[in-house]
Design a protein around this ligand. Structure first.
Ligand code: ZN
Length: 300
């Protein structure tokens, strides 16, 4: 009688070991299988990096800008207005000490009001107060809303005090002039990763982004044209008015983008104009008229 009990005990131990080995093997196989599956689903290194970054604790979450619809209705084109600089980044400083960030915000807010008054487009803002936003974040925030136009508003500054007047920038791989090149260098440096662009994309994605960018560039150019006629009759214009530069905030392939320089804050007359109620009104009327006309022409 003793022997079979002993055998049973041995058999039990052996059975437990086998079950344990089986369980470990299954877990390993499942783990390897999941790894192979993940590698198949996410083959590119760039994507993997992005996922890891987003999962990092402490990563800043972006607050989505609110969309003001006014009388325009939910299907109306959407314009994202981006007031340059903000927070600890004052931008350029005028002869009387005025900061670019403080001059462009009231223009941006008044532009939203005027666009909503005209009632043809919806509006969102990248910033509504005095806060800092990195350049890439402005673009990412705007892209997340899938807008029909992204308008960044700035005030220029030049070493020569005589430089004055408004101008508009559209994306160009090569700067249109020496001043535009200097602007792109300073501007992009403030954003951190100046050369990011399509570098993080795969070959096919980069080609698709380039094709999409050609489409959006046509719309950007058309809005710049509408803007030129309105601005020329309302305020002094600098040089040829339209300039090209490879600015971070103009690089999106997903939305037409322009950057409007309301005037030179380094010029006393311009600083006075863009900081005044009347000057702001002239700027806002010209911009709102051009944006509305340009986007409605596009929709037809
Ligand atoms: Zn600026």
């Amino acid at each position: 009688m003793d022997e079979p009990v002993l055998q049973l005990g041995k058999g039990d131990e052996a059975g437990t070991r086998r079950r344990f080995v089986l369980a470990v093997s299954c877990a390993l196989a499942l783990g390897i299988g999941a790894g192979v599956l993940l590698a198949a689903v996410f083959p590119s290194g760039g994507r993997g990096n992005a996922l890891v970054t987003m999962a990092m604790p402490g990563a800043r979450s972006m607050a989505m800008p609110r969309i003001s619809t006014g009388r325009a209705g939910n299907a109306a084109p959407l314009v994202v207005i981006d007031a340059g600089h903000g927070g600890f980044d004052p931008g350029a400083t005028g002869p009387s000490g005025a900061s670019e960030k403080d001059v462009v915000l009231p223009i941006a807010l008044a532009l939203r009001e005027r666009l909503l008054e005209l009632g043809a487009v919806r509006v969102a803002m990248t910033r509504e107060g005095d806060r800092f936003l990195p350049l890439e974040e402005r673009v990412t925030l705007a892209e997340s809303l899938n807008p029909d136009l992204f308008v960044s508003i700035h005030a220029d500054s030049a070493p020569v005090e005589e430089a004055r007047g408004a101008n508009v920038y559209v994306l160009s791989p090569r700067a249109s002039d020496a001043e535009a090149m200097a602007l792109a260098r300073d501007f992009n440096a403030a954003g951190g990763d100046a050369d990011a662009g399509d570098a993080a994309l795969g070959d096919v994605e980069a080609v698709l982004a380039e094709l999409a960018r050609r489409e959006t560039s046509l719309v950007s150019a058309r809005i710049a044209d509408w803007l030129e006629s309105r601005v020329r009759s309302a305020m002094p214009v600098h040089g040829k008015f339209r300039r090209g530069a490879n600015l971070v905030v103009l690089r999106s392939a997903r939305m037409p983008s322009i950057l409007f320089e309301a005037g030179y804050i380094s010029n006393a007359e311009d600083a006075e104009r863009i900081g005044s109620e009347a000057g702001r009104k002239a700027i806002v009327n010209a911009m709102a008229g051009a944006i509305t006309a340009g986007l409605l022409a596009d929709a037809r």
